[in-house]
Design a protein. Structure first.
Length: 106
């Protein structure tokens, strides 16, 4: 169970890192750029710890799938990016893919 906590930390820190990447405006703003590097460092370190107990395919599917879907939501809510039916359907497909990968490994 501790491995899934590390995986959750990896997802959350990746989300912060990606948001800071957007805020860095092409790495031209110093503080968001530094924060982005730190967040991605935490994300990869936490992911590496989760891989000690979670199979690579499962961990990566959860990390990348949750990260992608939640990044889209953050883009819509925080950055006021456009949302439409295609975006919603894409997020649902990502979630379905993560579920299928997890079912296969069970």
């Amino acid at each position: 169970m501790k491995a899934y906590l590390f995986l959750a930390v990896a997802v959350v820190s990746e989300l912060f890192g990606t948001s800071l990447l957007k805020a860095s405006e092409g790495l031209t703003r110093v503080y968001p750029s530094i924060g982005m590097v730190l967040c991605f460092g935490v994300a990869f370190y936490s992911l590496s710890l989760s891989l000690q107990q979670i199979p690579l395919g499962v961990a990566y599917a959860i990390w990348s799938g949750a990260g992608t879907a939640l990044t889209v939501v953050i883009g819509i809510v925080v950055w006021k990016e456009a949302a439409n039916v295609t975006t919603t359907f894409g997020i649902l497909l990502i979630i379905a893919g993560v579920v299928l990968v997890n079912l296969r490994s069970a």
